[in-house]
Design a protein around this ligand. Structure first.
Ligand SMILES: C[S@@+](CC[C@H](N)C(=O)[O-])C[C@H]1O[C@@H](n2cnc3c(N)ncnc32)[C@H](O)[C@@H]1O
Length: 397
């Protein structure tokens, strides 16, 4: 590449970064490809020092983002119709102006805010993300996950780098100095519990939904009446997927039941006619013959043995008309996307569990006598899929 070509490329990239064309932002596949290529190129351009400083300071980035959340700096900038200066921002956030000047300098260098001119700052796309409901994820990562992430290296060293499979002996227990299963631990830690519930509702913000791809009405909702149990959402948390289903098909007859632990169900605000129910999925499913048993991000929380128990308990209630809908990631054998692999490491760290590859899914389901009918992939970003399965005895050959 000549110096002239390089200068032209730099100018083009700068112009695209400061004003991304609308047609790119509206074409999700193209937007992702450009984002990934630009990231790959940026990493390819690093000198060793760049790499170490970038990676070594990721914990600082989360801390700095957390301070911006605590002081509402991002919300204030995102809500302002005009750029703001350090003095104005100091008054609104309660920051010492001397300290804020340093923070603003950092934030603009990390592209968390835009520096329009000398002392004028404005929101960019990152500021808006941090200011939005998904921005609470920063608080979740900082408070809930970080202690377990920090414990990972020492845990693996003392466990001979074996793949963790015991949910009561994982980096989570080392980080939190407990022997309890994380779901049990959360029962006596309301702040962490609240952040966890919040994050479950937010963590796929902006991505396609399973109902955008899976033809629920045709596959599950034919010839139902008000008495039909249409959908049992097992381990539903507060029921956001069931609410989404009811909102997408408001006139489709049938009952929607959400099931979770007593602590979670007591936090549910009843809505949309959805029926909350306390149920432990390590016991046989009490709702028999439902059209669909749905589990979103349940199987990835558990090792194979525990999954087999959960699946068998669900199968015990299934009839010929029932399907099992597993909503989880199916990792490709090569080239898994970074959001998916991050979640796999989170499962490892917090629950001694895992995201599964196609091969692992088929082996797990086969081991309990479930036959995969079809897999509907609905996100590229995370390899999220709906795996439709039926007990072998009911599956058509
Ligand atoms: C990763 S969350 C997934 C929640 C929800 N399906 C979603 O996708 O947002 C796992 C859920 O399983 C619930 N859970 C854990 N152990 C359970 C058990 N033994 N019986 C029923 N639910 C349980 C948790 O309370 C939590 O809501």
């Amino acid at each position: 590449m000549t110096a002239q070509e390089a200068a032209a490329l730099i100018a083009r990239l700068e112009s695209l970064a400061s004003n991304p064309p609308r047609e790119i932002l509206l074409d999700d596949s193209l937007r992702r490809k450009l984002r990934e290529s630009a990231k790959n190129f940026s990493i390819a351009m690093e000198m060793p020092g760049d790499t170490i400083h970038r990676l070594g300071n990721t914990a600082l980035q989360v801390s700095m983002a957390r301070v911006g959340k605590d002081t509402k700096l991002f919300e204030i900038l995102a809500g302002s119709e005009h750029p703001m200066n350090c003095g104005e921002l100091a008054k609104k956030t309660g920051f010492d102006p001397v300290l804020l000047e340093r923070f603003l300098r950092y934030y603009q260098s990390m592209r968390m805010i835009a520096q329009v001119s000398g002392d004028q700052f404005a929101a960019n796309n990152v500021t808006k993300a941090l200011a939005g409901p998904g921005g609470e994820g920063i608080v979740y990562f900082f408070e809930v996950l970080n202690p377990a992430f920090m414990a990972l290296p020492e845990y693996l060293k003392t466990h001979d780098y074996k793949n963790p499979t015991n949910p009561c002996d994982s980096p989570w227990q080392a980080g939190y100095n407990t022997t309890q299963h994380p779901f049990v631990w959360l029962q006596s830690h309301p702040r962490h519990f609240e952040l966890f519930m919040m994050w479950l509702a937010q963590n796929r913000e902006g991505l396609p939904l399973w109902l955008d791809v899976f033809p629920f009405e045709e596959e599950v909702g034919k010839d139902t009446t008000d008495e039909t149990v249409l959908f049992v959402d097992i381990g539903s948390a507060l029921g956001h997927q069931s609410i989404g289903l009811r909102e997408k098909f408001p006139t489709l007859p049938g009952r929607l039941i959400i099931q979770d632990t007593a602590q979670v169900i007591s936090a549910v605000k009843p809505s949309h006619g959805i029926e909350p129910m306390v149920y432990d999925f390590f016991t046989p499913q009490p709702i028999k013959g439902a059209r669909a048993y749905y589990m979103r991000n349940i199987i990835h929380d558990h090792n194979d043995e525990r999954c087999q128990e959960i699946l068998k308990n669900t199968m015990s209630a299934m009839t010929e008309d029932s399907v099992l809908l597993i909503d989880d990631m199916m990792l490709p054998e090569a080239g898994s996307p970074w959001r998916a692999t991050q979640l796999d490491m989170t499962m490892l760290t917090c629950l001694a569990a895992k995201e599964r590859s196609e091969k692992e899914w088929y082996a797990l389901l086969d081991s309990v006598g479930l036959k995969v009918v079809k897999v509907w992939k609905y996100t590229e970003e995370c390899d999220d899929c709906i795996i439709v399965a039926k007990p072998e005895k009911f599956a058509q050959v």
